[in-house]
Design a protein around this ligand. Structure first.
Ligand code: ASP
Length: 341
């Protein structure tokens, strides 16, 4: 069998930095010399090419243009490569992995996001393991088909479905979690693939890259004592088309009249409101308590067990389509890319 071809896409972030031995200053790594700098990569049984953003960015600066750029690179190179590894800052990696999962429709090849907590040039770096194993995972083939055919995130010995992840720690090497979906693979002495959790679609359609994302959205985290002027100000935001509300527990919120009336009025005026729990795990079940049945009655959409990151991504994605309110709700409440249960 021919060697798999993997394209490494460097977008920025800590992983691509090296410390200048004299000054100690972190500077961006020259990815063209990747194989010289990390000779271990030569031991992998695949062909690796690299491409870098013209100006690599800290992931706090990710935006729709960066996502279009990433998706565009994958689209142009889709037929020439067997898998893609996206090197990305960890801070917003879960957002980017979620957005890309929606943008890349009919994806039949692996797209694996990874990064690191310490720069690749650091003595104690976690970057090498993350990078090497991501490439190995992207190279896996069985019966002439890639084993992984979805957007994933690999970090600290675990492969996750990208749109199920969230960054949970700013210091630990184990920086990500997938609270509502099992890990897809684990790296120990052997690579253990949890085949039963991988997406197994066998599309015959060609990849379609959906770029029409609408950023006229917001996120509102509820807290006890939240004030009417604050909620009003957010709902009155010019151009606002969708709002994710992070509610308590299984999707509960204050039942005060002013709150329900404001939300109800906004929904009648066409705003999509998505209910997501602010708990790190578990699901919204509207109607379980009296404190959520009002939300259901006025037309709030259930995010079920979706993460806030994936809800933001899905909202931007679905708002890019000209669909009816009913269709929007039905698409949001069902899994399109394995993002909810
Ligand atoms: N601030 C960096 C970023 O997200 C952190 C990292 O690379 O992990 O770009």
């Amino acid at each position: 069998m021919k060697k798999p071809k993997i394209l490494l896409i460097y977008t920025g972030g800590t992983i691509g930095m090296v410390k200048d031995a004299d000054s100690g200053v972190l500077t961006a790594f020259d990815f063209d010399s990747l194989l010289e700098r990390i000779p271990e990569l030569r031991l992998l049984d695949c062909i690796i090419d690299t491409i870098s953003f013209d100006e690599p960015i800290d992931s706090s600066n990710m935006n729709t243009e960066s996502w279009e750029n990433m998706a565009g690179i994958i689209e142009i190179n889709y037929n020439d490569y067997d898998g893609f590894v996206v090197l990305h800052g960890s801070d917003t990696m879960s957002y980017s992995a979620s957005v890309l999962s929606f943008m890349l429709e009919y994806l039949m090849k692996p797209v694996i996001f990874t990064g690191s907590q310490l720069p690749i040039g650091d003595l104690r770096t976690d970057a090498k393991e993350n990078l090497i194993t991501s490439i190995q995972l992207a190279s896996l083939y069985e019966d002439d088909m890639p084993v992984i055919r979805e957007v994933c995130l690999y970090f600290e010995y675990k492969l996750y479905r990208g749109n199920r992840t969230t960054k949970i720690n700013a210091e630990h090497f184990e920086a990500f979690d997938s609270p509502n979906f099992p890990t897809l693979a684990e790296s120990g002495v052997h690579l253990k693939i949890n085949h039963e959790f991988l997406r197994k679609e066998t599309f015959t359609e060609q990849l379609i890259v959906r770029t029409q994302l609408d950023t006229n959205i917001g996120v509102l985290k509820l807290f006890p004592g939240i004030s009417e002027p604050l909620v009003k100000a957010i709902l009155n935001t010019e151009g606002l088309r969708g709002l994710v509300i992070e509610t308590y527990g299984s999707g509960n919120a204050t039942t005060e009249d002013w709150f329900i009336n404001l939300l109800s009025e906004a929904i009648k005026n066409g705003l999509y409101i998505i209910n997501v729990t602010q708990c790190s795990g578990g699901s919204v079940i509207m109607g379980k308590y009296a404190t959520s049945s009002q939300l259901k009655r006025i037309g709030v959409i259930s995010g079920k067990d979706i993460t806030t990151e994936a809800a933001v991504a899905k909202l931007m994605y679905l708002l890019g389509y000209n669909i009816s309110h009913e269709e929007f709700q039905s698409y949001f409440e069902k899994s399109l890319r394995g993002e909810l249960t």
